[in-house]
Structures are given as C-alpha cells and as structure tokens.
Design a protein around this ligand. Sequence first.
Ligand code: F3S
Length: 63
Amino acid sequence: MAKIPYVDQDVCISCNLCADTVPEVFRMNDAGLAEVYDPAGASEAKIQEAIDACPVACIFWQD
Ligand code: F3S
C-alpha cells in the first residue's frame, strides 16, 4: 500500500512551502495550517521533497 503523509498541525508555522511544492497533496486549511487532502495525489518522491523542505519538519509518513 502507498505510504500516507500527514502534517502535525501543532507544529506547522504556516509557511506554505508544502502546498506550493506539492499542491496535489497539501493545502492550507481555514486556520492557515497545512493539511493533506489527497495522500495519493503525487509520487512518494515528490511528497518526500515537501517533507524534506518543511522548515519545522512537521510532515511525516504514517506508520
Ligand atoms: Fe507547515 Fe511545513 Fe507545510 S510549516 S505549511 S507543514 S512546509
């Protein structure tokens, strides 16, 4: 099964980078925090790019 990413919204600082990098997977919610709306919207490699780029490292793969 494909891996599922999630955002720890307690840590997200609303930098927008993930939504800019992979808009097919991440978006900003009404509270201005990132959320995953389509975990299968992009390749794992592309999602990993967003994980690596997040300045506060609050995007993870679900176990
Ligand atoms: Fe938040 Fe990190 Fe995205 S700070 S907006 S989860 S890149």
